[in-house]
Ligand binder design. Sequence first.
Ligand SMILES: Nc1nc2c(c(=O)[nH]1)N[C@H]1C(S)=C(S)[C@@H](COP(=O)(O)OP(=O)(O)OC[C@H]3O[C@@H](n4cnc5c(=O)[nH]c(N)nc54)[C@H](O)[C@@H]3O)O[C@H]1N2
Ligand SMILES: Nc1nc2c(c(=O)[nH]1)N[C@H]1C(S)=C(S)[C@@H](COP(=O)(O)OP(=O)(O)OC[C@H]3O[C@@H](n4cnc5c(=O)[nH]c(N)nc54)[C@H](O)[C@@H]3O)O[C@H]1N2
Ligand SMILES: [Mo]
Length: 668
Amino acid sequence: MCSLIAHVDNGKVVRVQGDPDHPYTAGFACGKVNRDADLVNSPERLKSPLKRTGPKGTGQFEPISWDDALDEIASRWKAIIKESGPLALLGYAYSAHQGLMNRGLVNGLFHALGSTRLQAGTVCDTCCETAWDMTVGPVGGADPESVVHSDLVIAWGADLAATNVHFWALVETQKKRRGLPLIVIDPRRTRSATAADLYLPIRIGTDAALALGVMHILVRDGLANRDYLASHTVGFDKVEREILPKFPPARVAEITGLPVADIEKLAAMYGKAKAALIRLGEGMTRLAAGGQALRSVALLPGVTGHYGVKGGGALLLTAASCDLNYAAVRKPSGPATSRLVNHLRLGEELLNMKDPPIRALYISANNPAVTCPEVYKVQKGLAREDLFTVVHDPFMTDTAKYADIVLPAASYLETDDLYRAYGAYWMQWGQQAATPQGEARSNFDVAQALAQRMGLTDRIFTLPPHEAAKELFKGATGPAAKADPDKLFAGEPIHIAHDWAGQPFATPSGKLEFHSEQLARQGLPPLPDWNEDPLEAAEAAKWPLRLLTAPGYFQAHTAFSGVDFLRTREGKPCCILHPTDAEARGLEDGAAVRLFNDRGEIALTLRVSDEVQPGVVLVPGQRPTREAVAGTINMLCSDRYTDMGEGATYQSTWLEVAAWPAARQVAA
Ligand SMILES: Nc1nc2c(c(=O)[nH]1)N[C@H]1C(S)=C(S)[C@@H](COP(=O)(O)OP(=O)(O)OC[C@H]3O[C@@H](n4cnc5c(=O)[nH]c(N)nc54)[C@H](O)[C@@H]3O)O[C@H]1N2
Ligand SMILES: Nc1nc2c(c(=O)[nH]1)N[C@H]1C(S)=C(S)[C@@H](COP(=O)(O)OP(=O)(O)OC[C@H]3O[C@@H](n4cnc5c(=O)[nH]c(N)nc54)[C@H](O)[C@@H]3O)O[C@H]1N2
Ligand SMILES: [Mo]
């Protein structure tokens, strides 16, 4: 969502930089995006459509024309729909192209076809989003630019220097200028943590206990804002009576692995601040009780009243406050409801869904053979001979190797689209900068071409991008609706923050909900709490190490894996162990090691570092199998759901690490 300037020579992007005139991007682009000229021009990009010639998964293909590819897809889909109905078709399209139309219209195609629908994003943010919605409501959080008014920033489970670079730049400036204090709460001593005034290396999965412990101290020390609690929140009395007595500092120290003194210090700094801003990350939600964790932390600014102060409050996402008419693109026609496939259960559903089974699969802007949990199941599902699979991607990915037809995708620099940030309050038109490489075509373009071949008559499938974009504004409300089309299409950034009057709450009560009736109705605890998860405890009794999964600095999932420079900067796919754990196993830095549990085994390069605590194995990012010694981390992760939002539980994974015999061949 950065505002970028692409320097173009003869239709070719030669350099990409942050736009110095944009108020938020302010001339800065991260180490990955700075290399996007290498990404668009990568020699590894697919040049033309391909048709499978060998067994699925082996990557044997021959080039075919676009017309032949699209004709074959349409005729196979028509035959399958005739025999089994549209539910036999699954569109598995996700977010690698962040444009509202290149992302949205592929969904629009499958919506109009009446196919089985993807419950998208459960691999990413549905847990944290649901927990936020149940607490604050479906509305954006604090404006990151309000940090100029903050007197304390807490990065809670967010490695800002890795995943939120523009906010990080603001925090660094405020630190330098006026000594703005920063607290980092993260099981990994991240780059952000090394710059913190207070760093708490919390045990994975214990954030709810810490947040409730802080509330306990705030109440004990008379630092709770009783006026704010009475006027803007519901249910705190119950939390105070039933929950907080269970979380005195000594017990919280036992649960979280943090010293009592640090917990007291955190509570004192937070309680005495006038405008503390909590930047919530998703890391704490990638495990069984992730919803409880995020919800408990999001309640904290209600106890101090910081939600009512400019520069205070909490920020998870901002997107919910941008009220465009998304349905114009995503739901042009088609039945109101349909059968759902959860994004993270692709393998399970390809293997076991019945009446009808999934017979045709279209994967776009997503690499589930690496990024989805239960990769062994995903591979097995994709290998089904009776499944007709199409993959649209700029690169030959682990997933594309299983396709019957692979279509070359244009990248964002080769398309026109409208972008709205989800971590800041800005929106912008991104103009096509370069001619697509080879025969690559955009998601938008391919969705329209397939819609026409499938006989869909919705107008959106006939409009050029800037006309389609105008449909998004019809019926839009709030600041986004006021965008002037002339300025928008000229590329001017549009500010979409509401006039500030305290954090709005969009819950059923209109207040911050310490007690949630909605959760109670779903059979979930209505009050925030922390309890040991029985399934996690059983795994922990069997295996000694817990998986910590966090982004790499130079690889974002697999989308940048086509850039040799970035692969080299990130280094070989690795795992990181604390020196005591490495020594106990006789393992040395740089060695190939085996990571295994009941699901299977993979092999990565070991790095030994005290940036993680003992008992934890950190695997940065998700890397393609060809880059690793063997396999990919999601082979070891289950497809169990989180407590809220049916999200992924990568970190509810326990395993062991041992030497990888040099003679050993790559695991099947
Ligand atoms: N173990 C573990 N697994 C995780 C996570 C974790 O923390 N731990 N994180 C999860 C999260 S948060 C997410 S969001 C997912 C991400 O998982 P994915 O959505 O699978 O992300 P990528 O691996 O980047 O794959 C995106 C693909 O889209 C392609 N692409 C890029 N641009 C375009 C385009 O314009 N059009 C088309 N058609 N294709 C394009 C890229 O080449 C790439 O192959 O992974 C999840 N998986
Ligand atoms: N470079 C890079 N940037 C990216 C991505 C990438 O892969 N690489 N992915 C993009 C995507 S799709 C997403 S969703 C965002 C995600 O970005 P974030 O919201 O920042 O979430 P995560 O990256 O999953 O994790 C952030 C931090 O949470 C910590 N953490 C893990 N478990 C716990 C816990 O139990 N408690 C606490 N307090 N902390 C914990 C991790 O160590 C990590 O440092 O980043 C986006 N930006
Ligand atoms: Mo994500």
